[in-house]
Design a protein around this ligand. Sequence first.
Ligand SMILES: Nc1nc2c(ncn2[C@@H]2O[C@H](COP(=O)(O)OP(=O)(O)O)[C@@H](O)[C@H]2O)c(=O)[nH]1
Ligand SMILES: [Mg+2]
Length: 225
Amino acid sequence: MDIEVLEGVFDANEKIARENEELFRSRGVLAVNLMASPGAGKTSLVIRTLELLRGKLRIGVIEGDIASSVDAEKVKSQGVPVVQINTGGVCHLDAAMIRQALDHLDLAALDLVIIENVGNLVCPAEFKLGEGLRAMILSVPEGHDKPLKYPLMFSDSQVLVVNKTDLLGMGDFDMDELRSTVLRMNPRVAIFEVSCRTGEGLQDWADWLEERARENLKGVDEGST
Ligand SMILES: Nc1nc2c(ncn2[C@@H]2O[C@H](COP(=O)(O)OP(=O)(O)O)[C@@H](O)[C@H]2O)c(=O)[nH]1
Ligand SMILES: [Mg+2]
C-alpha cells in the first residue's frame, strides 16, 4: 500500500518534470538544478556565477527554501529576475513547484535558469524538476567521505563543484580521495575546485557553464531549422 502511494508521487512528479523540460527546451533555456547541503555555498556560487556571466548570458534564478526569502533578496540585488519558492517544511523542490515559479519568469528573455534547491544531500536527488543539468556542490568542511554516504546525488549529477578550497589544509579533506570516489561512481562527472570566498577556480566553472548554455541554444536553433 505504502509502496503504491510512493510510486504515485514519483510518477506524478516525473510527468510534470517532463512538461517543464519541454517548456525550457522550447524556449532555449538551460535549467540547472543546483543541489547541496545547507551552507555548502549554493547562494554564494549563484552570486559569483551571475557576476562572471553578466553580459554573456541572460540568467534568471529560482530560490528554493523551506522558509524565508533571505537568499532571493541577495540574488535580487544582482539585478536579475528571481522567484522565491518556500516549500513550507518540505525538504526538496518538486516539479510542480517549478511549474508554478515559471509563471513568474519570462523564459523567452532568458538563456539560463539556475534553481537553488533546498539545502539537503538526500531528498532533492530523488525529485526531477525538468532540469537540463544536475549540478551539486560539496564543500571542504563537509568531508571527502560524503559520496559514500549520500551516493545518489553524487552519481546522478553531471557536475560537482567542490567549494571552500580556501579551507583545504585546515582539516583532513583529501581531494584525491574525493575525486577517485566520485569518479568511480560517476565516471563522466565534471569536477571543479573553487572558492567562492577568494574567487579561485570560478572562471573555469563559469566558462564551462556558459559553454553548456550555448550548446543548449544551438540545439534549439538546429531543431527549429
Ligand atoms: N571559507 C569559505 N566560506 C564560504 C565559501 N563559500 C561560501 N562560504 C560561506 O559559507 C556560508 C554559507 O554560504 P551560502 O552561500 O549561504 O550557502 P548555501 O546555504 O548552500 O546557500 C556563508 O557564511 C558563506 O559566506 C568559500 O568558498 N569559503
Ligand atoms: Mg542558500
